[in-house]
Write a protein that binds this ligand. Structure first.
Ligand code: SF4
Length: 820
């Protein structure tokens, strides 16, 4: 390769513009990318094989060879820029036979279309010029009407992404179907609205600090005039909202949103500083999509906003409060090094980042793209929170709608192919509050004479709203059902009539059995019967079990054979260290295992199962914490997250010592989560789990799984007194209604063939006293891919559809209602 830096200019020509780009700048951009971002977490294996090892220059030389340009960088860039300049191009680019990675193209586009400004699009000509598309003649009049009805604003970051990703363009590019009038202009009833305050839940309020967004997503109600033309609040409005919170002791969490609330730093500062002084406020959740589509907001000016946020977080922490950042990602093409860097920086400094994902037809509705998206974000340190199904039914966004059945089926795909720690809740935001499918809510039946509406059972009751926002009696789209909760009409198609499961009978018709003396928590926490999970396939080693395609469990004595196994399967992303000896007392061995895991590019998480965390938090000394922090690698490239998995059964176990310890770990980017089994008579009531979820939330521990049945402890203790399935619905309804959405666990059944979500990725067959569970995520091919000699265990039945069915102990179903 010659010295291209002195070779002059390369032409970048689009339909409307011709630019001359210095070749040296392009070479620098691409060699920087090749030096730092060639890793399986970010680019394909085939590309890694092509560019090989070494520095950016050596890799670039190999790339030039592979694409057929030898030492002719100028020729390569001319070919590449010609492709990037093609009108209406938004697909992958192949030169020679090499498909160039999305992020590499982004690195080149940052040289071609630099900048961080926004562009407001007013005319079709401007739209065509900025996005390099052509609007067809017969669509121009309608498109102009769209531009006049709903604003189009793009950041340069999105302009670059849209040039090479149809999935990003799909979210921001205006389209003529936006003129359709089907759907709503807003998605909530908004029964309580005062100044910048909105309240849908008893324990939290929303502060709408800024009504506009840097970029308008076409599927969102913010593009509507009514929403975006609302006056932006000022500091006196913030202060009066804070006063309301001060006088509302039930309010524990504030969701600060907009538009993008970060666009008004003054309001944001006023909000944080004043809420910091309200004793009963525990958590501030700051919502912004800018992490994805306008990262310069945080990274610009040497990251001044990011640093400001970190300072505010520390100030809140001094007052015993938490800060979380909520953001949206929809498709992996949106994930950029910049957005990963922001998440890294926040998480490393103890600020939880959680992800919400609207489910968009023809964009992220198949499964693999969500697996890739959530894996990338999890590696960066984020928590996956919600997938919203379906996309909110707003005027003019019907192209994004998909039936409920499509979202439900995604749950099974994710359960089969994604780390359990990266699977969000599948929820629907009804106008009176959210539901989690098949635990706190479900589809009851169609609305008579209206194909667009279905009845959804919610966990909310008329009484629930009385204390803060009585439901108006004029609402004709709700009804109170036999069990006393509210059904609401929801604008969606079901897609599969079998998902209508009717109403839960009134409570007195179904009983539960919770008599008898339960085991003590101390006994449960110190017995070893569930330390290592069952392996769904044979692994050939007693030191390695495989409870899932993506997850293995290692004992402390694992060695070469076990790491050879992990090295042989790129699906394994998570290693859980679990042993009869508490791993935290053997940090030398843990360190050795983590270092070996760090050599395997596809492993992005090591989780230490520590029951000692619950009963002896003082054993996590400063030295232990520092050692663990040293093993935690939250990074842009090749991350290896360290997490602590523990187990709390009851709220009374959670103490201030745990809170202090979690703060220390969080401030080093280490998350602690609880997997809690329901134990008959001990914690199998709505109140017990609600108190536990609240206690964990206050302490900063993620409530990850609530095991409904199937763990060895549950087989042992719940067999004689099974947990009533009705109880599950009551628990899920109470936690959803009374708690924060961030407290809601996944409701999981553990089986010999793996885990399933209660009612969501499973369904039930009741035969007398026996409860059988259909495991929707799994089939024979799934297991044979992990172990070619896999055969169904004797106790497994297989349906005509190939879906395995297993019996579950310790769970009692009664009645004809599908979930109970
Ligand atoms: S950033 Fe959020 S509020 Fe703004 S348009 Fe997009 S989805 Fe709506």
């Amino acid at each position: 390769m010659g010295d291209e830096r002195n070779r002059g200019l390369v032409t970048f020509k689009t339909a409307d513009e011709t630019q001359q780009i210095p070749l040296g700048r392009l070479v620098d951009g691409i060699t920087d990318f090749l030096a730092h971002f060639v890793h399986p977490s970010l680019v394909d294996h085939s590309f890694i094989e092509i560019v090989g090892e070494g520095n950016g220059e050596r890799r670039f030389a190999r790339l030039l060879d592979a694409v057929g340009y030898g030492d002719d960088a100028d020729g390569f860039f001319q070919a590449l820029l010609a492709r990037l300049g093609e009108k209406d191009g938004s697909g992958s680019i192949t030169i020679g036979s090499v498909s160039l990675p999305h992020l590499l193209l982004m690195a080149v586009l940052e040289e071609l279309l630099p900048g961080a400004q926004f562009i407001s699009i007013k005319t079709i000509e401007q739209l065509e010029r900025v996005t390099n598309i052509t609007v067809a003649d017969d669509e121009r009049a309608d498109m102009q009407e769209v531009l006049e009805t709903y604003p189009v604003r793009l950041s340069m970051h999105t302009v670059r992404q849209m040039r090479i990703s149809k999935h990003v363009a799909y979210q921001y590019m205006p389209f003529i179907e936006e003129l359709d009038k089907v759907g709503h202009t807003n998605t909530w009833i908004g029964q309580f609205h005062q100044g910048l305050l909105e309240q849908m839940y008893a324990n939290r309020v929303i502060f709408l600090l800024n009504m506009s967004c840097p970029v308008y997503c076409r599927f969102c109600f913010r593009k509507h005039k009514d929403s975006r033309n609302e006056a932006n609040p000022a500091e006196p409005d913030v202060l009066s909202a804070v006063d309301h919170v001060r006088n509302s002791p039930a309010v524990k969490e504030i969701v600060v949103t907009g538009g993008d609330p970060f666009m008004s730093r003054r309001n944001m500062a006023c909000t944080i500083d004043n809420l910091a002084e309200v004793a009963h406020v525990r958590t501030l959740r700051l919502a912004t999509r800018s992490v994805a589509y306008y990262p310069d907001l945080f990274l610009g000016e040497d990251g001044v906003y990011l640093n400001w946020l970190k300072e505010k977080h520390l100030a809140l922490q001094q007052k015993g409060k938490r800060m979380e950042v909520a953001t949206h990602f929809i498709h992996p093409d949106e994930v950029s090094p910049q957005s990963l860097a922001i998440i890294n920086e926040l998480v490393r400094n103890g600020i939880t980042v959680y992800i919400q994902t609207p489910f968009l037809k023809d964009c992220n509705d198949q499964g693999p793209e969500l697996v890739r998206l959530f894996s990338l974000l999890r590696g960066a340190g984020a928590e996956m929170h919600y997938i919203y199904i379906p996309c909110s039914p707003i005027h003019g966004n019907s192209i994004y709608w998909s039936p409920i059945s499509s979202g439900i089926s995604i749950a099974s795909y994710l359960r089969a192919h994604l780390s359990d720690r990266a699977i969000p809740s599948i929820c629907t935001a009804t106008p009176i509050g959210k539901i989690d499918w098949f635990s706190s809510g479900w589809a009851v039946e169609p609305v008579a004479d209206n194909d667009n509406l279905i009845w959804i059972r919610t966990p909310y009751t008329p009484d629930y709203f009385k204390s803060f926002a009585p439901l108006t009696s004029e609402l004709d789209n709700i009804r109170v059902n036999a069990e006393g909760t509210i059904d609401i009409q929801y604008f969606a198609r079901i897609g599969d009539d079998s998902l209508f499961i009717g109403s839960l009978p009134a409570a007195e018709q179904i009983g539960d059995s919770t008599d008898g003396a339960p085991p003590s928590t101390r006994k449960l926490i110190t017995e070893d019967c569930s330390l290592v999970e069952h392996s769904v396939v044979k692994t050939g080693s007693p030191r390695l079990s495989r409870p899932h395609e993506t997850r293995v469990e290692l004992t402390l004595e694992a060695g070469d054979a076990e790491f050879d196994y992990i090295n042989g399967d790129e699906c394994i992303t998570d290693i859980v260290i679990a042993d009869e000896t508490e791993p935290v007392t053997r940090l030398d061995q843990v360190t050795s295992l983590v270092k070996r895991a760090a050599q395997i590019p596809w492993v992005n998480s090591v989780r230490i199962r520590s029951l000692m965390f619950n009963h002896a938090p003082e054993r996590f000394t400063r030295a232990v914490i520092e050692k663990l922090a040293g093993l935690n690698r939250i990074s842009l490239v090749g991350p290896l997250r360290l997490e602590i998995e523990t187990r709390f059964y009851q709220a009374a176990e959670v103490t201030e010592d745990h809170a202090r310890l979690v703060r220390s770990l969080n401030n080093r980017g280490i998350v602690v989560y609880s997997n809690t089994p329901l134990i008959s008579g001990l914690n199998d009531s709505a109140e017990a789990i609600h108190q536990l979820s609240f206690g964990l939330r206050q302490t900063g521990i993620e409530f990850h799984h609530l095991y409904v049945a199937g763990l060895p402890q549950q087989d042992k203790y719940n067999g004689a007194q099974p947990v009533g399935m009705r109880t599950l619905v009551d628990i899920a309804s109470t936690v959803r209604r009374e708690g924060s959405g961030r407290e809601v666990p996944r409701y999981i059944i553990s089986t010999t063939l793996g885990e399933v979500d209660y009612g969501l990725s499973s369904s039930f067959i009741i035969e007398g006293d026996a409860v059988w569970v259909r495991l929707l995520p799994y089939n024979l091919t799934y297991f044979q891919r992990m172990a070619a000699d896999f055969a169904w265990p004797d106790e497994v039945r297989v349906g005509d559809d190939g879906i395995p069915v297993v019996r579950v102990q310790g769970l009692a179903g009664t009645g004809n209602f599908t979930l109970v």
